[in-house]
Design a protein around this ligand. Structure first.
Ligand SMILES: Cc1cc2nc3c(=O)[nH]c(=O)nc-3n(C[C@H](O)[C@H](O)[C@H](O)COP(=O)(O)OP(=O)(O)OC[C@H]3O[C@@H](n4cnc5c(N)ncnc54)[C@H](O)[C@@H]3O)c2cc1C
Length: 461
């Protein structure tokens, strides 16, 4: 059967409204937010129900066509790219959300946007704990599939930490309900946790039940500036070492601060780095918490500490961090985004290493991230089409990943492996367990997806 016959059969199966095959649609679905990877799908299917997903996965298995699940396409690692054609499965229309406040959970369909889930929880005095900086558009399914985290990672970790149960459709169309919507469960092999983080290579997540947490009564926000970036990193370490429990704890280096200030005009002073912290609790405790954090920053030579408890001023300060991605992306036509995690005690080492590697390769690298959980994002800028510059940039990015591994950390924290970090994943797993671990992972993939049609070319070749 040729391509147009296959598309015709898909339209018969699902209805013409659910299948896109115009050139301009295929173009748009060929990219993600990494920009560096692209492909052209055979068609795009918009699923409205689990039944649509079942029909598509049966069809794809029968005709051995790859299926690439897609949420909002905010992946920075090439995760939802239709590498060698195939059908992109857009899940955004599956977006129902139901908060069950009595049981402390929210049930959301895969296409529900993270911020929408959070907004629903807030109606009941609760919030959704995981908040990637892309939360305005990123979906629950995509964030689960990448095991994404975010600003509140220092407290709540990543999606796996709040996942209780999920519905997943396997290649061939079999529907599984994994896990249980309760806070404790011991149900043999924990397959929901395996599907989370599997980046669409094992099956399609259609819905999930996730933990929610109470909204704090009061918030305080602190932004501290340092003349030495390692002092800033040491301050983050000290906060965690003393057992303080921030809701948010973020690092921004000098390049990030300048980029943000040039776009948002926040009046940021020249500084080597800044740390942004959110503290939360009862009204009576906020002042005390703020002072404890302020003291740590001053102890580590902060030359300016801004504090806000008024919501408008807190929003203004937050832009310094939330605006980092868009501001840094304006500096260079292409940016490679790194996503490393190191043990908390090694934060100063990795901050220093990023600067050293930047000098070594003669390339600009900004560092910003959720350092309160050890996670740092690096932005390696590429300004031209020069082959030499691209090679230096990729080498520098890889070296940062390898230094993170050497320091006892990981080259991949929350953005997923996708196409971008396949070689780093291989290297990291080999360092930990020789060849065995990656082979075991490939065996698991074969068990779920014998024909290899689920998001091929991602995680490993
Ligand atoms: C400005 C910006 C800021 C970001 N900040 C953060 C951050 O703070 N923290 C963070 O963790 N990430 C961050 N990211 C990365 C990205 O936003 C997250 O990984 C995001 O959660 C992905 O969601 P998505 O809906 O866009 O998924 P997509 O990009 O569409 O897909 C991601 C992966 O999941 C798979 N997938 C999608 N839906 C499903 C499904 N239903 N079933 C199975 N597989 C599926 C895809 O095939 C792909 O491999 C950021 C990205 C941008 C552009």
């Amino acid at each position: 059967m040729n391509s147009s016959e296959l598309v015709g059969r898909l339209k018969d199966l699902l209805g013409v409204d659910k299948v896109l095959s115009e050139v301009e649609d295929l173009y748009v679905y060929g990219y993600d937010s990494s920009i560096t990877y692209s492909g052209t799908p055979l068609a795009v299917v918009r699923a409205y129900s689990t039944e649509d997903v079942v029909k598509l996965l049966r069809f794809a298995e029968e005709h051995s066509i790859p299926v690439i699940p897609r949420g909002a396409g905010t992946s920075l690692a090439g995760g939802p790219i239709p590498l060698n054609g195939g059908i992109v499965l857009d899940l955004k229309a599956m977006n129902k959300i139901k908060v069950n406040v009595d049981d402390g959970v929210v049930e959301a369909e895969a296409g529900a946007m993270v911020d929408e889930v959070d907004k629903e929880c807030r109606k009941y005095g609760f919030m959704f704990p995981i908040d990637p900086a892309s939360s305005e558009v990123a979906t629950i399914g995509g964030t689960l599939a990448n095991d994404g985290g975010g600003m509140r990672g220092a407290r709540y970790g990543t999606m796996r930490n709040v996942l209780l149960s999920m519905e997943v459709v396997l290649p061939g169309g079999k529907v599984l309900n994994l896990g249980s919507p309760v806070y404790k469960q011991a149900l043999g092999y924990e397959l929901a946790q395996l599907i989370a983080g599997s980046e669409g290579t094992l099956g399609v997540i259609t819905r999930a039940t996730l933990k929610i947490v109470p909204l704090p009564e009061r918030l305080g926000r602190i932004l501290a500036f340092f003349n030495d970036a390692e002092d800033a990193a040491r301050a983050i370490f000290t906060i965690r070492r003393r057992g303080l429990n921030p809701l948010v704890l973020e690092f921004m280096d000098d390049i990030t601060l300048q980029a943000v200030d040039s776009v948002y005009k926040l009046g940021i002073p020249p500084a080597a780095a800044a740390v942004l912290a959110d503290v939360d609790g009862y009204a009576e405790s906020i002042g005390r918490l703020i002072n404890m954090f302020k003291n740590v920053f001053v102890e580590h030579n902060a030359f300016k500490v801004d504090v806000a408890t008024d919501p408008k001023e807190m929003d203004r300060i937050y832009v310094a961090r939330k605006g980092a991605y868009p501001a840094l992306s304006r500096l260079y036509p292409v940016v490679i985004i790194g996503d490393i995690c190191v043990p908390l005690s090694k934060l100063p080492n990795i901050v220093r290493a990023v600067k050293d590697i930047s000098k070594k390769y003669g390339i600009t690298i900004a560092a910003v991230g959720h350092a309160g959980d050890g996670n740092l994002h690096t932005f390696t800028g590429i300004s031209s089409l020069s082959r030499d510059e691209w090679e230096r940039a990729y080498k520098a990015n890889d070296e940062i990943g390898l230094v993170a591994i050497e320091l006892g950390g990981s080259a991949s924290a929350e953005h997923g492996i996708g196409m971008q970090k396949k070689h780093l994943l291989k290297r990291e797993l080999e360092i930990r367990s020789g060849e065995h671990l990656i082979e075991l992972m490939k065996d698991i993939k074969k068990l779920f997806d014998p024909k290899g049609i689920m998001n091929p070319g991602k995680l490993f070749d």
